[in-house]
Design a protein around this ligand. Structure first.
Ligand code: GDP
Length: 553
């Protein structure tokens, strides 16, 4: 555990390494002066804004626990106050210096991937959690690479230092091989050793984030119309369509008109993360807004415009453009479906339901990724929506013969009964990777039974005995494998199959036997009279048809 002195020394060291503590203070004073000057002019007000931090790292390394610890330290500590419920993002405030940090509380990787795929930079700092016992893992490396590409600085929290087999020194060394060199070793990465469970160094971690943010000099305009990103969107049972927006620049007020992606909103009510009503939202803060025309998508950008008419016009123009693109996409899909149905490929039809827009998008992209690698079965997603499963969802499933795949939502008894009565499958999942595995298994089950012919043995016809009762016995020599009495055979001449038949008797000398192995002679009778006569030196192959289990790799 780090004692107070060590805490101070780390902080001091980091400040020394940055070598700009004094400069920082001077710059701060200067900024305050500039801001004051701006204030008096009542024009552009540019001020420091809180950093936006995303927690990322390998599964089980303690991201959730660390978030919890940060929240709890907020409850306990007098210095950092204000805790929020889950709304996709929340702030912690240091009441002593009025500094706050905004944490993105969505599944870090998903939101980060969505933002990256849309070329949006939302996060100022990535808090990379690495387990002190397990060290660097695949997702750790993935985060390091993502951060490098997106040019987002990383602060590392080496977690679980309370465990006896924790080896933070080794982890620090390993991190250096990936270019994350501890500032205590002269590098520029802040590394804090923490225990989320034992609440060790949580405050120090927050201070380090604060320090890093100060060094980054993050600024925003506090006098302009707000712009930002949708970080969550959902149907609230009481409020209707709501969106959680992260304001990146400018301010957003009640009654403001917004264009959000290809929809629009006139803000009726606005809440902060405690669901307390707000009249205004400032940069780097998450706000929940009501009054949206349609549920937007996670990652959609928003902008405050001058009037409701302007907002509607822009949104409608965007929608028309998208509809045009979708129409041409649809005709391609239709074509594909026709071709596939002509080929008689089985199809798995699914409907996706999720609690929030972010989960829905992650769900769909996961399923599509998995299904791409599966041949022989088509996947058709006929609907995707958020909120509870309704009767009309079940009706659609009945008409379309679809399976309803739901993520993180509850199923009412009534709907469960309707679905059961109509023999509609509703599968509800709580963990994202489980969904793609389940879809993969469903597709696997739909594959037509696959059979293969397995050759068991080969024999050459050496003699032909025509008996008085019209029976023929072929005297053969087994050159390969085993000939079985109950197997099917095929006759080959010059490597071409002439016909197939079944063995009626297999004899060794005069005895009926079940099998004859390589290097032995035998007498074979077949169950048919064939058009084509069997000739000397023809090959008889004994085989069975094996059914393969459809397991997709
Ligand atoms: P995530 O998958 O990264 O969100 O990891 P979790 O927060 O769910 O933690 C995974 C497991 O590690 C859980 O069993 C936690 O109780 C445990 N864990 C997390 N942080 C610590 C820690 O600081 N010390 C110890 N001993 N266990 C921890």
């Amino acid at each position: 555990m780090l004692n107070n002195n060590k805490t101070k020394s780390i902080k001091k060291q980091v400040k020394l390494n940055s070598n700009d503590n004094a400069n920082l203070r001077m710059k701060k004073q200067h900024n305050t002066k500039v801001n004051n000057k701006n204030k008096t002019q009542q024009k552009v007000i540019v001020k420091t804004r809180p950093p936006i931090v995303t927690i990322m790292g390998h599964v089980d390394h303690g991201k959730t626990s660390l978030l919890d610890a940060i929240r709890q330290s907020n409850i306990i500590s007098s210095e950092y106050g204000h805790i929020t419920q889950h709304i996709g993002a929340y702030r912690v405030n240091n009441d002593q210096n009025n500094f706050s940090i905004t944490f993105l509380d969505t599944p870090g990787h998903e939101i980060f991937s969505i933002m990256r795929s849309r070329g949006i930079k939302l996060t100022d700092i990535i808090l990379l959690v690495v387990s002190a016992t397990e060290g660097i893992k695949s997702q750790t490396i993935e985060v390091i690479n993502q951060a490098k590409t997106a040019k987002v600085p990383i602060i590392v929290a080496i977690n679980k230092i309370d465990l006896p087999n924790a080896d933070p020194k080794k982890i620090t060394y390993d991190l250096s091989t990936y270019g994350l060199i501890d500032d205590m070793w002269g590098g520029d990465t802040i590394i804090v050793k923490v225990s989320a469970i034992q609440k060790i160094n949580i405050k120090l971690l927050l201070e380090m984030i604060e320090l890093k943010a100060e060094m980054m000099e993050l600024k925003a305009n506090y006098s302009t119309k707000g712009t930002g990103i949708v970080i969550e969107a959902k149907l609230d049972p009481h409020l209707g369509a709501v969106a959680i927006l992260l304001i990146q620049d400018g301010i957003v007020k009640v009654d403001d008109n917004l264009v959000i992606g290809n929809t629009y909103a006139k803000i009726r009510i606005m809440f902060n993360e405690f669901m307390e009503k707000l009249s205004m939202g400032l940069p780097s803060t998450p706000i929940t807004i009501c009054g949206i025309n349609e549920i937007p998508c996670v990652g959609d950008a928003f902008v405050v415009v001058n009037s409701e008419t302007e907002a509607k016009d822009i949104a409608n123009q965007r929608k028309a453009k998208i509809n045009k693109i979708n129409l041409s996409k649809k005709s391609n899909i239709d074509l594909l479906l026709t071709i596939n149905s002509r080929k008689n490929i089985p199809e798995l039809t699914i409907m996706l339901k999720a609690d929030v827009q972010g989960s829905l998008e992650a769900l769909e992209s996961d399923i599509l990724r998995i299904s791409k690698n599966i041949t022989g079965v088509n996947l058709k997603i006929i609907s995707r929506s958020i909120g509870l499963i309704t009767k009309s969802d079940v009706n659609l499933a009945v008409i379309s013969n679809a399976v309803i795949i739901a993520f993180n939502i509850k199923l009412s008894k009534d709907i469960a009964n309707i679905a059961k009565y109509n023999k509609i499958k509703i599968n509800i999942y709580k963990v994202l990777p489980e969904v793609s595995i389940a879809v993969k298994n469903m597709m696997s089950d739909m594959l037509k039974p696959h059979t293969v012919q397995k050759i068991l043995g080969k024999a050459i016809v050496k003699q032909i005995f025509k008996l008085s009762n019209n029976k023929i016995i072929y005297g053969c020599y087994v050159i390969n494998g085993t000939i079985y009495s109950n197997s099917q055979i095929q006759l080959l001449r010059d490597n071409k199959i002439i016909f197939s038949s079944k063995i009626t008797s297999l004899k060794r000398f005069k005895e009926n036997v079940k099998e004859v192995g390589t290097g032995h002679e035998c007498g074979i009778s077949l169950n048919k009279v064939f058009k084509e006569e069997i000739k000397l030196n023809d090959t008889i192959e004994s085989f069975i048809i094996e059914k393969l289990v459809n397991v997709l790799k």
